[in-house]
Design a protein around this ligand. Structure first.
Ligand SMILES: Cc1cc2nc3c(=O)[nH]c(=O)nc-3n(C[C@H](O)[C@H](O)[C@H](O)COP(=O)(O)O)c2cc1C
Ligand code: SF4
Length: 271
């Protein structure tokens, strides 16, 4: 909908025909992935991307069948999933990534997130992954240090610099790193679904990961920064050589390009 974002940019609402074309494009993209030999596809319905914009009451103020009620906001994701499933067949893994919490006023919270997960599970999705945050509440996705200097000094000018500085400073306590920082949202979703749950978000030690799996709080662990830090991390765990990721959660890989570990002067133990 025509709701200005935090930078003051107001998007144009999609017309009904564009929505149908976009659904068809998602289905075609999934089909290409299958033909190219991928083992499965994951529908990205989190992080403020298009599907999430339809799901969230903060960004979807439409008055037609694509917005308003919860059922209408779910329609875009539902039709994409059903189109993909129909085209790719029942045996092909189709997963979905959703937000357990947007951490934004008027955005998706844990209760609606659990309802979305329940709905997707009832449709037959093969797994739900629970993330959090959108580009407007970015560091809830990858909690840790805020690379303030990079964001403020490399990107912003004048008054904007001061605004960004104030916003990042205010956000710092909320996004302080804590191991398994998305677990409480995953717990709520896990109760609602029949398919497996995948948990990302600050998993760093074998002890915590094993505990979560043993207690049945999640079925799979998802790792990002530990693998940027050291792609061998899972193999080293399997061989009993490490018990903890050496990632510092500095988030430099998040802001610089390419997304590699910028702390390689502090090498992981086996390098
Ligand atoms: C450099 C970088 C790039 C990322 N890119 C994406 C992305 O394209 N899509 C996505 O869903 N999440 C992305 N994420 C978020 C991660 O998938 C993950 O959910 C988050 O970092 C928390 O997991 P971690 O603590 O293991 O890093 C990215 C994270 C980082 C650090
Ligand atoms: S730059 Fe390296 S240490 Fe810092 S968060 Fe990324 S992977 Fe971890």
């Amino acid at each position: 909908s025509a709701v200005p974002n935090l930078l003051g940019v107001t998007p144009a609402p999609m017309r009904a025909r564009q929505i149908q074309e976009t659904i068809a494009n998602y289905v075609r993209a999934a089909e290409r992935a299958q033909r190219a030999g991928f083992d499965g596809v994951q529908i990205h319905a989190a992080h403020g991307y298009l599907i999430h914009q339809f799901l969230s009451p903060r960004t979807n103020k439409r008055k037609d069948r694509w917005g308003g009620s919860f059922a209408n906001r779910l329609r875009f994701l539902t039709e994409i999933y059903q189109g993909i499933r129909e085209r790719l067949g029942g045996g092909y893994p189709v997963l979905v990534r959703i937000n357990g919490n947007d951490f934004l006023p008027g955005g998706l919270g844990p209760a609606e997130a659990a309802a979305i997960a329940r709905h997707m599970s009832s449709l037959g999705v093969d797994a739900v992954e629970t993330s959090a945050g959108t580009w407007e509440s970015h560091l809830h996705m990858s909690r840790g240090d805020i690379p303030r200097h990079y964001w403020i000094y490399a990107r912003a000018r004048g008054e904007e610099k001061e605004k960004i500085k104030a916003r990042l400073t205010a956000m710092a306590p909320e996004v302080r790193f804590k191991e398994a920082y998305l677990l409480e949202y995953a717990r709520q979703i896990k109760k609602e679904i029949r398919c497996p749950l995948i948990l990302p978000g600050g998993l760093r030690t074998v002890k915590v990961m094993e505990g979560i799996l043993e207690r049945g709080e999640a079925d799979f662990i998802s790792l990002c920064r530990p693998l940027i830090r050291d792609p061998e991390f899972p193999n080293l765990i399997r061989r009993g050589l490490v018990k903890k990721s050496s990632c510092l959660n500095c988030n430099l890989c998040l802001v610089d390009k390419p997304p590699v570990c910028y702390q390689m002067r502090l090498r992981p133990p086996h390098f």
